[in-house]
Write a protein that binds this ligand. Structure first.
Ligand SMILES: C[S@@+](CC[C@H](N)C(=O)[O-])C[C@H]1O[C@@H](n2cnc3c(N)ncnc32)[C@H](O)[C@@H]1O
Length: 355
C-alpha cells in the first residue's frame, strides 16, 4: 500500500488505530492562574505536577501502558484560548454577516469539547443577541471523544444550556458529503498535523521523483519500495506545489543544492542512489479540496505546530512516537507494527526559509 494509506490505517483503523483506541487528552483541572506564574519554567513545573496527577488518577481507574495522552493549547490555556477565538469570530461576524446570516461554527476534531464550551460560554456572556443565532457543529472521527463531548455538554446546568445549539457528527471529515452553502467559521485546531502523508525520494542524477509503497511480508516485516509511477494524488500535489511556489522557496532535497555539488556527492563511493525522504501532505491537500467544494463560503481558523524537535530524518519529516511504561518513545520511521503507532505528526507552518 502507499505510505499515506499505511499511516492512515495505523491512525484510524477501527480496531487498533490511534484515534479509535482509548485516546485521552490531558485536562489540567482548574484553569492555571497565569497572573501568579513567575516565568516559563515555573509554568512547566506546575504543568508537570498536574500531568502526573492526571495520569495517576487515570491509572487508579484503569492502568493502560498504551494510553494515548496528549495536551493542546486549548486545554493548557483554557478558557482564554477559546475566548480569544470567540471574540475574533463575533467581531468578524458582526462586521460582515450580521444580521443576514446566523453565526455557524464547524469544529473539526473537538477533542475533549473544551474549545466548544469555552466559545459558547463567552458568546452567551458577552453577546446574547449573537448567541441566540449561533449554531455549533462538531465533526469528530473518534467515537470515544464524540461520546465525551456529548457528556460534557450535559455535565453542568451551564453546559446543558448549550445543548440545543450543538450537533456532534461522529465521522471522519474525509467522509463528509453534505454541501454547506452558508457562510461559516471552520475551526481546525491541532488536527492537520495528524493527517497522513506520502513519502517520496528523488533520483539525484535524473531529478526524477519516486513514490514509496510499503510491503508487509508473511513475518510482518516492513519493506519500502519506490516507483517512478506516481499515484494521481501525489502527482497532483507536486503539480500544485510547482504552480504555487515557482520560486521554489521551500526545503527540498534537490532544488536547494547546486547540481555540481550534487553530482560530486553522489559520485562518491557508497553514496545512496536516492535522496533522503520527503514527506508531502497529500491528505491535507485533499482536505483543502473538500473544504473548497463542500464549504464554499467558509472562513478557516486553524493552529498547528510551527516546528518539531526530534523529527525523523528527511524533509518535512514527522515526529513518530510510541509509548512504553508511561514514557513516550521516539521511533525513526512510521513503519512500526500496526496498533503501536501513537503519533506521526508533521509541523505545518514552519517558515521554509528558516530550515
Ligand atoms: C490533537 S486533537 C485536538 C483536539 C482539540 N481540537 C484541541 O485543540 O484540544 C485532534 C482531534 O482531531 C480528531 N480528528 C483527527 N482526524 C480526524 C478526521 N479525519 N476527521 C475528524 N476528526 C479528526 C481527533 O479525534 C481529535 O479529536
Amino acid at each position: 500500500m502507499l505510505m499515506r494509506d499505511f499511516i492512515e490505517d495505523s491512525l484510524y483503523n477501527p480496531h487498533y488505530g490511534y484515534f479509535s483506541k482509548n485516546v485521552t487528552i490531558f485536562s489540567p483541572g482548574a484553569p492555571f492562574d497565569f497572573n501568579h506564574i513567575r516565568d516559563e519554567p515555573d509554568f512547566h513545573r506546575l504543568l508537570g505536577e498536574r500531568y502526573t496527577q492526571f495520569e495517576d488518577e487515570l491509572d487508579v481507574a484503569e492502568y493502560r501502558e498504551d494510553r494515548q495522552l496528549w495536551h493542546t493549547p486549548t486545554e493548557l490555556f483554557r478558557p482564554y484560548y477559546g475566548e480569544a477565538i470567540a471574540r475574533y469570530m463575533v467581531a468578524n461576524y458582526r462586521l460582515t454577516l450580521y444580521p443576514y446570516h446566523d453565526l455557524v461554527i464547524y469544529e473539526l476534531g473537538a477533542g475533549n469539547g473544551t474549545l466548544m464550551l469555552n466559545i459558547l460560554d463567552h458568546v452567551r456572556r458577552t453577546d446574547p443577541d449573537v448567541y441566540s443565532r449561533t449554531k455549533f457543529r462538531i465533526i469528530e472521527v473518534s467515537s470515544a471523544l464524540a461520546t465525551l463531548q456529548s457528556h460534557r455538554l450535559h455535565a453542568t446546568a451551564a453546559s446543558r444550556g448549550h445543548a440545543e445549539k450543538v450537533e456532534i457528527i461522529n465521522k471522519s471529515v474525509f467522509d463528509w458529503d453534505l454541501y454547506v452553502p452558508d457562510p461559516c467559521f471552520f475551526l481546525a485546531m491541532e488536527v492537520f498535523d495528524n493527517f497522513a502523508h506520502d513519502m517520496i525520494r528523488h533520483d539525484p542524477a535524473t531529478e526524477e521523483t519516486l513514490q514509496c509503497s510499503v510491503l508487509i511480508d508473511a513475518e510482518g516485516e516492513f519493506y519500502e519500495f519506490y516507483s517512478r509511477d506516481l499515484d494521481p494524488v501525489a502527482a497532483r500535489f507536486l503539480r500544485v506545489r510547482d504552480a504555487a511556489c515557482q520560486d521554489r522557496n521551500y526545503p527540498h532535497p534537490i532544488h536547494n543544492t547546486p547540481r555540481f555539488i550534487r553530482n560530486i556527492r553522489h559520485a562518491l563511493p557508497f553514496a545512496p542512489n536516492l535522496t533522503l525522504p520527503e514527506y508531502i501532505p497529500t491528505r491535507l491537500m485533499q482536505f483543502f479540496s473538500l473544504l473548497g467544494t463542500h464549504f464554499p463560503a467558509h472562513r478557516l481558523i486553524t493552529s498547528d505546530f510551527h516546528s518539531l524537535p526530534q523529527a525523523t530524518k528527511g524533509y518535512n519529516a514527522p515526529v513518530v512516537q510510541t509509548r512504553y511504561q508511561r514514557r513516550t518513545v521516539l521511533v525513526r520511521t512510521p513503519l512500526v507494527q500496526q496498533g503501536r503507532l501513537q503519533r506521526c505528526v508533521v509541523g505545518l507552518f514552519a517558515d521554509p526559509r528558516e530550515s
